[in-house]
Design a protein around this ligand. Structure first.
Ligand SMILES: [Zn+2]
Length: 269
């Protein structure tokens, strides 16, 4: 509803964007061309191969385009920015950049997140909600360890549900957070609210925040298992996500797409 109100009050802005999109001819071919530039540092969203295939149904592409254009209207909050606007020193190693190749297990995996290493391997780090929504906390998930996900429905201009925006904050320590009385599971939070005070000390490569933005279309119900790695014991939890494809998979029946945080105005340089 809040998104709807802000959309209505920004009709002029939306019109301008539409004009820019129309003038720039945002065809699929152009998107593919831009995607190639992503390797050179330009920001673009990681989407499904289906989105880029010439045989893909126009309705699917239309669906995805509509969702992304609405999702990108809202400004996000930097997950390390405190209530005074201060952001601690952090670094993003090359392997922690959005879209960075992992190449593990002989497959071509790509990192659908940004990894933020704070100070000199700091563990006492406050993490803030980047976007509003309903909180789910999960402990001991494969590779993520502990994480918080925040889900928010996205509606079009007519109030029709067109998808869900999920921000996900992994490699945190929920046990210590709960010991600090920070219990946010199944609560609603607003962007800028504190959601964790501890990074997980045992994370590979040192403590860091693994931050994702996900797009689920209405009807999609992708799991929240880690990017791209199959779980042989629980095949139904295998999420193709960033699997054998350079820019991730948005499976039209079970999956979701990843958004590049930089496309949402977040600066991780
Ligand atoms: Zn990561």
């Amino acid at each position: 509803m809040r998104l709807l109100i802000s959309i209505k009050s920004n009709l002029l802005y939306i019109s301008m964007i539409l004009i820019i999109v129309l003038v720039s001819g945002c065809s699929k071919e152009n998107v593919v061309a831009n995607l190639d530039n992503e390797e050179n540092g330009d920001s673009l969203d990681m989407l499904t191969p289906a989105y880029y295939q010439s045989t893909t149904e126009a309705s699917f592409i239309e669906d995805v385009n509509q969702f992304i254009s609405f999702a990108q209207l809202e400004q996000f909050h930097h997950p390390l920015e405190d209530e005074t606007g201060r952001i601690p020193d952090f670094t993003v190693p090359p392997i922690g950049e959005f879209g960075a190749g992992k190449g593990l297990n002989g497959t071509s995996q790509h990192h659908p997140a940004v990894d933020l290493h704070v100070g000199n391997k700091e563990i006492l780090v406050n993490i803030y909600a980047s976007y509003d929504g309903f909180v789910t906390t999960v402990k001991n998930a494969d590779k993520y360890r502990h994480y918080v996900s925040i889900s928010k429905n996205v509606e079009d201009g007519n109030g029709q549900l067109i998808g869900k925006l999920v921000t996900l904050y992994a490699h945190i320590d929920l046990d210590l957070d709960e010991a600090d009385s920070l219990n946010i599971n199944e609560q609603h939070v607003n962007k800028g609210d504190i959601i964790s005070k501890h990074l997980y000390s045992g994370t590979l490569g040192g403590p860091h925040l693994h931050f994702e933005i996900r797009y689920y279309r209405a009807g999609d119900n992708g799991t929240e298992t880690f990017y791209g790695f199959a779980n042989p014991n629980l095949p139904e939890l295998t999420e193709p996500s960033a699997g054998n494809w350079s820019y991730g998979v948005w499976n039209p029946t079970v999956g979701y797409g990843f958004g590049n945080p930089i496309s949402h105005g977040l600066d991780f340089q």
